[in-house]
Every structure is written in structure tokens, then in C-alpha cells.
Design a protein around this ligand. Structure first.
Ligand SMILES: Cc1cc2nc3c(=O)[nH]c(=O)nc-3n(C[C@H](O)[C@H](O)[C@H](O)COP(=O)(O)O)c2cc1C
Length: 202
């Protein structure tokens, strides 16, 4: 799928049909993550794939989010922060957490590219999940990613779902929300297509 289309198509899905997510697709999504950037090229992330419906239902209960039980696959993103901490101290822990976030995003995008739907789930009580899945104490559980095929198409598909781009941008210095006149000549250049760029120029 074209990259912009994948970005536009990805959204959090919280309702799944009973069509089963293929384990091969889930492995392919993890393979996409493997290609990503890693501090020191050290991949601190580990992925636990769950296909057993009973276990997925238990995870839904432990996360207190009943909709998760309908997912036909689950990827649990784990992280061994100590692998980078040994090399970089506290900074290494920060790297590990940052790269887990980047990994999750790649995972979601690749799942979308493969025609699957998913959702980043960060709200759960990890002690019981650890017990259920034998995850050791030195491994951080970064996210649960329920995977499957949506039971219905997204509501309000054409309504803008995000804050405007301008609210995210600063120019040259923090707090400058408009692009300085210095760059005004650029205005004649064609704007990039796809997401409706509307960036103020002083
Ligand atoms: C760190 C993080 C934790 C999240 N935890 C949950 C969660 O526990 N349950 C849930 O339904 N959605 C969760 N989400 C998904 C967000 O609610 C969702 O991404 C947001 O509403 C934007 O919608 P979109 O993903 O469709 O663009 C989480 C997202 C992030 C980034």
C-alpha cells in the first residue's frame, strides 16, 4: 500500500470480526519492526504473539477492556531495558523506552499495510499479565496490540480526527508558530500533497 494511504488508514479498532488474523502476518509485522532504528543497533524489544482465544480473553479481563476479547491475535510488545542500560546507564533506559514507542508505531503501520486492524493498548495491570504469560521481572511490558479484522468500518470516517498541523509546529525558535518571512519565496513552490498543509507565513 502507498505510504500516505497506510498512515491515513491506520486507526484504533476496538471491534473485531471472527475472521482470524494470520500468525504469518503478525510475524511479518514484527519483521518490519526489526528493520527499524535501534540505539547501538541493539534491539531491546521482544514480541510475544498470542493466538489462543482463551488467553486473549484473559488479557481482556486483566486490561479491563472487554472488546479486546474479540481480537483474533495479540502481539505483546516487551522490552529488556537493561540491555541498553549496561551500555549507556540511565540514558540507555530512555533509549529503550523511546525505541519501544517507535517499534509500536511501525508495528501498527505494517499491520495496516497487511490489511489488518489493531489498537495500541497501554492501560493494564501488568503484574497479572506477567504471571499469566511467564514474563520475567526484568522485562517491561510496553503495550498490548490486539489484532484482527474490524467488524465494521470506522465511524465519522471523513471527519478530521486530529488537531491541525499548525498546533504542532514551531519555527526557528520555540513558540514561533508562523514560518518566518525569510522563507517567503518558498510560497511559490508546490505544496506537498496528501494531508492538506496549511502553514502560516509571517
Ligand atoms: C500510549 C498509548 C496508550 C493507549 N492505550 C489505550 C488503551 O489502553 N485502550 C484503548 O482503547 N486505546 C488506547 N490507546 C489508543 C488511543 O486511544 C488512540 O490512539 C487515540 O484515541 C487516537 O485514535 P487513533 O489511534 O484512531 O488515531 C493508546 C494509545 C497510546 C499512544
Amino acid at each position: 500500500m502507498e505510504f500516505d494511504k497506510v498512515i491515513a488508514k491506520r486507526h484504533s479498532t476496538r471491534g473485531f470480526s471472527n475472521k482470524k488474523a494470520s500468525w504469518k502476518d503478525m510475524v511479518n509485522a514484527v519483521e518490519a519492526v526489526r528493520q527499524g532504528p535501534w540505539a547501538d543497533n541493539t534491539c531491546s524489544c521482544k514480541f510475544l504473539i498470542v493466538e489462543e482465544p482463551k488467553t486473549i480473553a484473559q488479557l481482556a479481563t486483566l486490561a479491563d477492556q472487554s472488546w479486546i476479547a474479540d481480537a483474533t491475535g495479540m502481539i505483546i510488545v516487551c522490552n529488556k531495558e537493561s540491555s541498553l542500560e549496561k551500555m549507556h546507564g540511565e540514558r540507555g533506559r530512555i533509549y529503550a523506552r523511546q525505541q519501544a514507542g517507535a517499534a509500536i508505531n511501525t508495528l501498527l503501520l505494517k499491520l495496516t499495510d497487511l490489511g489488518l486492524q489493531s489498537c495500541w493498548v497501554g492501560s493494564y495491570e501488568d503484574t497479572h499479565i506477567r504471571e499469566l504469560l511467564d514474563i520475567p521481572g526484568d522485562i517491561t511490558i510496553e503495550a498490548l496490540i490486539p489484532v484482527g479484522y474490524a467488524s465494521s468500518s470506522p465511524k465519522n470516517k471523513d471527519k478530521p480526527r486530529k488537531k491541525p498541523l499548525e498546533t504542532m509546529l514551531n519555527w526557528e525558535k520555540w513558540g514561533e508558530s508562523a514560518r518566518p518571512a525569510l522563507w517567503r519565496e518558498d510560497k511559490r513552490r508546490p505544496q506537498p500533497e496528501g494531508f492538506g498543509y496549511k502553514v502560516g507565513i509571517k
